[in-house]
Design a protein. Structure first.
Length: 416
């Protein structure tokens, strides 16, 4: 019984990884219909989606969620590889659990070594989540926990010594097999071929779900760029902020709200994908705050008008002010909900009294109003973010998991 228990632990770990990998893949593949879906983000498998799923959504939209994003709309989610690998480990753990002391020593050592690979991958992804995304999704954490439990059981099993068989009485020669090896031991050739066969099975099972998925990914090219165009003949366009760099290769118009969480995530993705600096960008500030935006009855993001004015007042440093607003969005949003004074104090603390003097001028107010007039003249939906490449709107459904593929199709120069 003692030699079986570790593999019961490994079986549990593999099962956890398989379940959480399944729900992660389910969330990802649901977006293939080009619609916005809720995301399961819970330590309870199968729990109903909640509004507290931003960490999981950020992970899903990040550059690290899938391979081959240039070749397939949305790419091939890495959770598919986890599904195949955990399926193999589940079967191998079940074999060792049933075999007990009858399992060859090489099978236990093999399981300990390869059973640690999910843990290595999990530690790598955890580091990326903490350093690049700033959060860890619960579904991902479930896979990390499953990988850890799997590895613990695998090495525990390798360390447990199987019970010693009782010595044979008398001078009895070992029974020989046809090849001359003792009957209770596998031949040397078989001892080499077995691990190779196991590795081949692991590789096949790891790749198989991804190959099936890749064959089923729908062709989204006919739908790209079918969401309308921007009217370029607006006098208010001259008031937009120019965010141009030496690397800019493609004209783009962005509509953003500095206190919009989705805008922040979108902005961060463009930066992480090394796309933002290649855009000859014109920024139209579109705060979802009825203090300045007459298209709204209530403020979705209180204080967004004030922060938008701060971005305008940044002048040559508008990009830096925008980045600062996104980096400190939670604190600024909380200050905006608390009232004007806390928000103004936060802005003044970072940018000084001259910034506040600029925010309060009629010129700044008029400039922001021109941004909103530009949005209204072009019938921009009251929603952020919006991006137009050379006047052609990128559909909302193409700004999530399919963003890199869409930009690669419509603006391949961004990836050269």
């Amino acid at each position: 019984m003692k030699e079986r228990l570790p593999y019961g632990v490994s079986l549990l770990g593999a099962l956890l990884g398989l379940i959480f990998g399944f729900y992660s893949t389910l969330d990802y593949s649901a977006h293939l219909d080009r619609r916005l879906h809720d995301v399961h983000c819970s330590f309870i498998p199968g729990a109903a989606p909640t509004s507290e799923a931003e960490a999981c959504r950020a992970a899903m939209y990040s550059p690290y969620s899938a391979f081959f994003k240039d070749a397939y709309w949305g790419g091939i989610p890495i959770s598919l590889f986890a599904l195949g690998a955990f399926s193999f480990f589940l079967g191998f753990a079940a074999y060792l659990l049933i075999s007990g002391s009858g399992a060859p020593k090489r099978s236990r050592l093999f399981f300990a070594v390869v059973g640690s690979t999910p843990l290595v991958v999990s530690l790598t992804m955890l580091t990326i989540s903490l350093t690049q995304l700033g959060s860890v999704c619960k579904t991902c954490a479930g896979i990390y926990i499953g990988s850890t439990v799997l590895a613990i059981g695998a090495w525990w099993g390798a360390a447990v010594k199987p019970p010693t068989a009782p010595a044979k009485q008398g001078n009895v020669a070992p029974t020989l097999a046809m090849d001359g090896a003792p009957k209770d031991r596998p031949s040397p050739a078989l001892g080499i071929l077995l691990p190779i066969g196991w590795l081949a099975a692991l590789g096949l099972l790891t790749l198989l779900p991804s190959l099936v998925y890749a064959a089923q990914v729908p062709d989204q090219r006919p739908y790209l760029g079918q969401c309308g165009k921007l009217k370029q003949a607006s006098a208010d366009k001259d008031k937009l902020l120019k965010l141009v760099t030496a690397r800019s290769v493609r004209q783009a118009t962005l509509f953003e709200d500095p206190l919009c969480p989705t805008c922040r995530a979108f902005h961060e993705r463009l930066v992480h994908e090394d796309i933002f600096d290649k855009l000859n960008a014109e920024l139209a500030l579109f705060p979802l705050d009825n203090e300045c935006n007459w298209m709204l009855d209530t403020a979705l993001h209180p204080g967004a008008c004030t922060v938008s004015k701060a971005v305008i007042c940044g002048g040559d440093q508008s990009r830096q002010v925008l980045d600062w607003a996104y980096e400190n969005q939670e604190q600024l949003s909380a200050a905006g909900k608390a009232g004007k004074d806390p928000l103004r104090a936060a802005i003044q603390q970072r940018w000084g009294p001259s910034m506040m003097n600029c925010i309060d001028t009629k010129t700044t107010k008029d400039t922001l109003n021109r941004h909103l007039q530009f949005a209204a003249a072009n019938s921009i939906p009251v929603s952020t973010p919006q991006i137009y490449l050379s006047g052609q709107r990128i559909c909302d459904e193409d700004t999530d998991i399919g963003l890199r593929y869409t930009l690669g199709q419509l603006a391949p120069e961004l990836f050269k």
